[in-house]
Design a protein around this ligand. Structure first.
Ligand code: ZN
Length: 405
């Protein structure tokens, strides 16, 4: 009834007829071509609105001034429903999102349409994100500020993987890597005086994009630019201390040295231990008690800063284990970034999978679920939407969007 009432009120108002001619966005003159009906899904139920329609003979496009006034342009959802679609599309599969909208709000939007409109909104958010390069009020980091950089693979559609090398037996790939930057502070202390991540301080930005910069390139890689923007939004450069945590991948330290030469570089201890566990499994087998004993000794050496002993123990296995050989390289390259006793003495957070957990929260739980196969554009749109919401930026985006309409 409410929908019917609104529909009648809007249809009785014909002020959206602005005369026989109206300027088309292309710059030419569009002609009035009568009133046309279209059904929109609103929070009150379906609304069939009969709106003044203008057609442009030059660019062959048509438009309705009322759609623009009401924020209905470019789709068939009211702004409130589009916002709900954005919320569910960022959280659950499009199928589940469609069901939730029906159950919770009584609105009917097909899974296909949830997909289309959540992605459309995600593209808008991704474009908006590129323009936000000033510190965001209330999101500036203080004290010791952390950036975590990581990558995680998500399953892709076959056609998106043509000619890309991967880890499958035949050399093909099933995934593409999403690169993520997380920013947070850890000025809180636990009862033992160790730094703990401040609740609510973490924000994310991520995409499937390149982090490779050639020496001959004059501009930063797409991902380096993303990291720079996130740092600007958090006012990272004005923090008292800057720390970058990574998994030890070379591209991460290259990017860090280029963007933040003063930042302290730390290999997230969780990753360092994961590497050592990989070696132990390779030598003794995952189920063997020896694997646990061996790795416990290595963890202790790592924690206590007995790096030479650690390196010697791993190198001692290099003849029989490919993993150990690789690990020697990893430890040698990242030695300075694994000086844990020194970092801990300075009250720095050495990571306990904060970045890994962030990757899971921002990407894994939504994009790595069984049976999902993404296109690059679809994944990037949903990632942008998700990062925006998890970073507490959706409301601001929405307000800017309404002002622009
Ligand atoms: Zn035109």
């Amino acid at each position: 009834m409410a929908a019917r009432f609104l529909q009648d009120r809007l249809d009785a108002d014909t002020s959206d007829h602005k005369g026989p001619h109206l300027l088309c966005p292309c710059g030419h003159e569009a002609r009035y071509a009568g009133r046309r009906p279209k059904t929109f899904e609103s929070a009150l139920g379906p609304l069939t609105l009969t709106r003044a329609y203008y057609h442009c003979p030059t660019c062959q496009h048509g438009f309705c001034p009322r759609d623009r006034e009401l924020g209905l342009e470019g789709g068939s959802l009211s702004p409130a429903v589009l916002r709900m679609v954005g919320a569910v599309g960022s959280l659950v599969s499009f199928e589940e999102g469609s069901q939730l909208l029906h159950e919770l709000a009584g609105v009917s939007v097909s899974p296909r349409q949830v997909e289309r409109d959540a992605e459309r909104l995600g593209v808008e958010i991704a474009n908006d994100e590129r323009t936000l390069t000033e510190p965001l009020s209330g999101q500036e980091v203080h004290g010791t500020a952390y950036l975590g950089l990581d990558g995680t693979g998500i399953p892709m559609r076959k056609e998106e993987l043509q000619g890309r090398a991967g880890k499958q037996a035949d050399g093909s790939s099933r995934t593409r890597e999403v690169k993520l930057v997380a920013a947070w502070t850890a000025n809180t202390r636990d009862d033992k005086g160790r730094p703990v991540r401040d609740p609510g301080s973490i924000t994310y930005s991520a995409a499937i994009e390149s982090a490779a910069t050639k020496d001959t390139d004059s501009s930063l890689s797409a991902f380096a630019q993303r990291v720079e923007r996130e740092a600007q939004r958090r006012d990272f450069e004005h923090a008292e201390r800057q720390v970058v945590l990574g998994d030890g991948a070379v591209w991460i330290w290259n990017l860090t040295s280029e963007l933040f030469p003063d930042a302290i570089q730390i290999v997230d201890k969780w990753h360092a231990k994961e590497h050592l566990w990989g070696v132990s499994k390779d030598i003794f087998g995952a189920q063997s008690p020896q694997a646990r004993t061996w790795v416990a000794a290595r963890y202790e050496e790592l924690d206590e800063g007995r790096f030479d002993a650690l390196l010697a123990a791993v190198a001692g296995c290099a003849e029989d284990s490919e993993e150990a050989r690789k690990c020697v390289g990893y430890l040698t390259t990242n030695r300075a970034q694994m000086d844990y006793p020194a970092f801990e003495a300075q009250g720095l957070c050495t990571g306990s999978g904060v970045v890994e957990a962030g990757c899971k929260a921002a990407i894994g739980t939504r994009l790595k679920r069984a049976g999902m196969h993404w296109s690059v554009s679809g994944a990037n749109a949903i990632i942008a939407l998700r990062c925006c919401r998890l970073s507490g930026r959706f409301q601001d985006f929405w307000e800017r969007r309404c002002l622009a309409a």
